[in-house]
Design a protein around this ligand. Structure first.
Ligand code: ZN
Length: 502
């Protein structure tokens, strides 16, 4: 039998999934409000169709002609390496899919849908008691999910594996422990300084902001024939196919920087999707390696590049030209310091580069404690506040600003948070490697030349898709194992001089 038959079947399934993503994009950007009912019906129909295809006898039969589903042995010696690796990953996905019964998936979808609904109200009214029983149910489901997926060492391992294949709780501990200590130290050293930043806020024309944002995407190398930028409440990147990527940003009158920075972040995600090989669409080789690797691409552009002095040396004149009134009399130095101020804050999504990791580690430790049965839902607010105090030196006045600030737990995303911090660690190693590979790296940035970065990332990360597991991919690209050193030396090198000058 021809591999093409299996490829065709899988590509059809992926095409349906691409329509599902297009519906999501439409809902968040263009859909009139009353379109919600038909949209829900459309999404439900498609989801059922996709699930059916992925677990169908027909697919199982096709797949098992090339790879033994139990042992993983490749059954056809005519296949090339790309095809063999695709089969291994397809078998892995198939088993994961089969381990979660349809009843569990349907019930879990209902539980999280209700919980998300309640979470919105509970957060609005700062009513943790209202949310607690729903969170409790979700944790029960997480424990069940871990049992269904199976694990050897820790019940959190299979949850992590969903988003970051092959990483374990033990590895995360070995990274997060030294990271936590160093970040707490650095935060304490840096957060005494008050840095003026009032010029970042005021009134900024939205049309001008939008063209500034489109401009940076073009400079980064996102192809306008394949990528579009729109507005949504929360910025996101929705890949339909390597030739059709939907990005959104959120521009506000009150300031241009948050929207600009969000655009660079989503642009980094977009470049990754644009760099996947369209010829493999339908196979795992045209899929991103993991959520953490995806986040490394967005963080690299948003912070490592987009908050660097060299970048702004080249880009600040454009911003000054666009917003003359606001920035005419503000020096590059003042601007650079303002966007890099380190301030412990309550809300993760607004956190700076130094404190961000502590927010993530806090959630990781809570999720792990839930899974180990060491923490009950009713102890959560107190536990949260104690950790905030220990790590960041501040305590929220409300649970809305504390343990109910993120939607992740209500939507059942357990095991997801660590990928945010892993993204920074991966990005730091890639950044470090690029600095060594291109001695004129900073000069190029000053000249707004980003092509070499995009091309390097394409070769080292994007074009591989899921060919390598995340840690393997990083080890191949950076010639060393995943560790916290590069991230910490990056932070020290950047922030200690800022603090000395402030
Ligand atoms: Zn992201």
């Amino acid at each position: 039998m021809d591999f093409k038959q299996l490829f065709d079947f899988s590509r059809s399934t992926h095409t349906l999934a691409s329509i599902e993503r297009l519906l999501f994009w439409d809902q968040e950007t263009m859909m009139p409000t009353q379109g919600i009912d038909i949209k829900t019906m459309q999404k439900k129909e498609l989801a059922a169709l996709i699930h059916h295809r992925k677990t169908s006898k027909e697919y199982e039969k096709l797949l098992s002609q090339f790879i033994a589903l139990d042992s993983g042995e490749i059954l056809n010696d005519q296949l090339n390496d790309d095809q063999k690796r695709s089969l291994e990953l397809m078998r892995e996905d198939y088993h994961k899919m089969k381990k979660l019964p349809v009843d569990f998936i349907t019930e879990f979808a209902e539980v999280t849908s209700k919980a998300t609904h309640v979470w919105i109200e509970a957060r609005q009214n700062d009513d943790f008691e209202l949310f607690a029983p729903h969170l409790s149910k979700i944790i029960d489901h997480m424990k069940k999910k871990a049992d269904l997926l199976g694990y050897i060492n820790h019940p959190y391992d299979p949850l992590l594996d969903e988003y970051e294949p092959q990483i374990t709780t033990q590895t995360i501990d070995s990274l997060f422990d030294p990271l936590k200590k160093a970040l707490i130290d650095l935060t304490q050293q840096l957060s005494h300084h008050s840095i003026p930043d009032q010029f970042l806020y005021g009134s900024f024309d939205r049309t001008a902001q939008f063209s500034l944002n489109t401009g940076i995407l073009n400079n980064m190398g996102l192809d306008p024939k394949k990528v579009r930028l729109d507005q949504s409440a929360h910025p996101f990147c929705m890949p339909i196919h390597p030739t059709d990527i939907r990005l959104t940003t959120h521009v506000q009158d009150a300031g241009f920087y948050q929207g600009f920075s969000a655009t660079m972040h989503e642009g980094g995600h977009g470049l990754y999707e644009q760099g996947l090989d369209p010829d493999f669409f339908g196979l795992p080789l045209a899929e991103a390696a993991s959520i953490g690797i995806h986040e490394s691409q967005s963080k690299l552009w948003e912070t490592f590049i987009g908050q660097s002095f060299s970048f702004w040396k080249g880009y600040y004149p454009i911003v000054q030209e666009t917003f003359k009134e606001q920035f005419e009399n503000i020096s590059l130095d003042s601007f650079f310091h303002a966007i890099n101020a380190v301030r412990p804050s309550l809300i993760r999504i607004h956190a700076d580069e130094v404190t961000y990791g502590l927010h993530v580690i806090l959630r990781y430790e809570i999720e792990k404690a839930f899974m180990e049965g060491k923490l009950s839902v009713y102890e959560l607010p107190e536990f949260w506040n104690a950790k905030m105090h220990e790590y960041l030196g501040i305590v929220p006045h409300t649970n809305a600003q504390g343990c109910m600030q993120d939607i992740h737990w209500a939507s059942g995303l357990f095991g997801y948070f660590p990928t945010y911090a892993l993204g920074n660690l991966y990005a730091a190693q890639l950044h470090h490697t690029m600095l060594a590979a291109f001695p004129d790296y900073n000069v190029r940035l000053e000249n707004r030349d980003f092509k070499f970065i995009r091309e390097w990332l394409l070769q080292q990360v994007h074009r591989h898709g899921r060919r390598y597991y995340p840690q393997q991919l990083i080890e191949k690209a950076t010639k060393k194992k995943l560790a916290v050193d590069d991230f910490l030396s990056y932070l020290n090198k950047k922030y200690l001089p800022i603090s000395a000058r402030a």
